[in-house]
Design a protein around this ligand. Structure first.
Ligand code: ATP
Ligand code: MG
Length: 389
């Protein structure tokens, strides 16, 4: 039996004139993601995308798994291809749906007649197929309101399709339709989740990681790459910049008052990130900060980190509790990596009494002995790039 994958667009159906653009981006993203599953043909019609495998050994299950991680998809399912003929539809439906219906107690049949020339009307299609399924699966009952399984018959231009329940897609908007932004990524729980949240709204991602060897190890960098791989399964390829941060931290430790260490460090991170972003067509910064979570995430602390940059700082986790963040972290399979012990540059030189109500003037005063521009230029010149997918 020939099987295909049907994909229903998500929110992008709302986008009016932009719709074609959104659909084309979605199709491009799907093609990229399925490139190593085997050869296939991809077509769109009426907010549905059809994927038809062209090889016997097309990796069908893996393809479904990857489609579940493409943003811009509301739902998807496998479907059996039939002739546009009730005899063929009925004879294929029993073997095709056997596994699904054997595990259900109630069902209903729905028909979608895109081809209005098909001789049977929708209620007749439902009655004929429903009756046949009841004869073959005697344990089943019909429930039109809340069935375990909805069997759908679609009558299209050239073929008919039979399918069971749709699987929920990843939702959101196709990556690339909202432009590009840079995630400041640590090895913690929050920043990979923040990256995922913004990719979900259509942003393509660059990533920036600050490393302070020998205070932080190569293992910490590896961890960041593993976390980004989990995000990239959803966002597509991420360009990672690893910025050497040791000298900056040592200079801060030498030249700034201790209670301002973290704030000055974060201001340096933001300045460097903005500069790297402007060089790489990235229009905003993303962080994993959540209001009040730690001393550097109070409103006054966020204010003094924001004032050093002239681009939006997106903080998708700002209103979330830790347990809400952990749910997403587990869902994207990042949690077990995030909780591995590691040193982050933030944990090196942590002040005993961090300032929780800093003012901009106090920060500027604390930074006055730092060669800010010199340190930034040196760090950017020694930045190392790689691609994560
Ligand atoms: P996370 O779980 O993401 O590490 P956190 O709650 O531990 O966040 P902080 O360590 O204060 O919070 O960091 C706040 C944000 O600053 C992080 O979410 C991340 O966006 C950014 N950040 C922290 N450390 C680094 C780093 N070494 N490189 C790049 N960005 C960082
Ligand atoms: Mg952290």
């Amino acid at each position: 039996m020939k099987e295909i994958i049907l994909i229903k667009n998500g929110e992008l159906v709302l986008k009016g004139l932009n719709r074609n653009n959104f659909e084309d981006t979605l199709i491009r993203n799907i093609k990229k993601r399925l490139a190593t599953c085997g050869r296939f043909e991809i077509k769109k019609a009426q907010s549905t995308i059809y994927i038809t495998p062209l090889d016997e050994d097309f990796a069908f299950d893996e393809a479904l798994n990857r489609i579940g991680k493409v943003f811009g998809i509301a739902g998807y399912c496998r479907a059996c291809v039939c002739e546009k003929d009730m005899t063929d539809i009925i004879s294929k439906s029993v073997p095709y749906l056997a596994d699904t219906l054997n595990n259900a107690r109630t069902f209903k049949v729905e028909a979608k007649r895109a081809d209005k020339r098909f001789p049977l009307k929708s209620p007749e299609i439902c009655m004929q197929l429903g009756g046949h399924l009841l004869e073959n699966f005697s344990h089943l009952r019909v429930d039109v309101h809340n069935p375990d399984v909805t069997v759908t018959v679609e009558i299209r231009d050239y073929n008919a399709f039979i399918r069971a329940n749709q699987i929920h897609g990843a939702g959101g908007l196709p990556v690339g339709t909202a432009g590009r932004a840079s995630i400041l990524i640590s090895g913690g729980i929050d920043s990979p989740v923040a990256a995922w949240c913004m990719a979900k709204r259509g942003l393509e991602l660059n990533a920036i990681h600050f490393a302070s060897p020998p205070y932080t190890s190569l293992r910490a960098e590896l961890k960041v790459k593993q976390l980004l791989e989990k995000v990239a399964a959803y966002s597509g390829t991420i360009r990672l910049a690893i910025v050497p941060f040791t000298e900056i931290q040592e200079e801060i430790a030498k030249n700034c008052p201790e209670d301002f260490f973290t704030l000055v460090m974060r201001r340096m991170m933001m300045r460097i990130s903005e500069k790297l972003s402007r060089e790489r067509n990235s229009l905003a910064l993303i962080t994993g900060e959540s209001l009040g979570q730690v001393a550097s995430q109070t409103l006054p602390a966020l204010t003094v980190t924001d004032t050093v940059v002239n681009m939006p700082v997106l903080r998708p986790l700002i209103g979330m509790d830790k347990d809400e963040i952990v749910i997403i972290s587990r869902k994207i399979d990042a949690f077990d990596i995030s909780i591995q012990p590691y040193e982050d540059c933030c944990t090196v030189f942590t002040p005993k009494h961090p300032k929780t109500r800093p003012t901009i003037e106090q920060c500027e005063e604390a930074e006055k002995n730092l060669d800010i521009d010199g340190l930034i230029d040196k760090a950017i010149a020694a930045t190392v790039y790689s691609f994560i997918d």
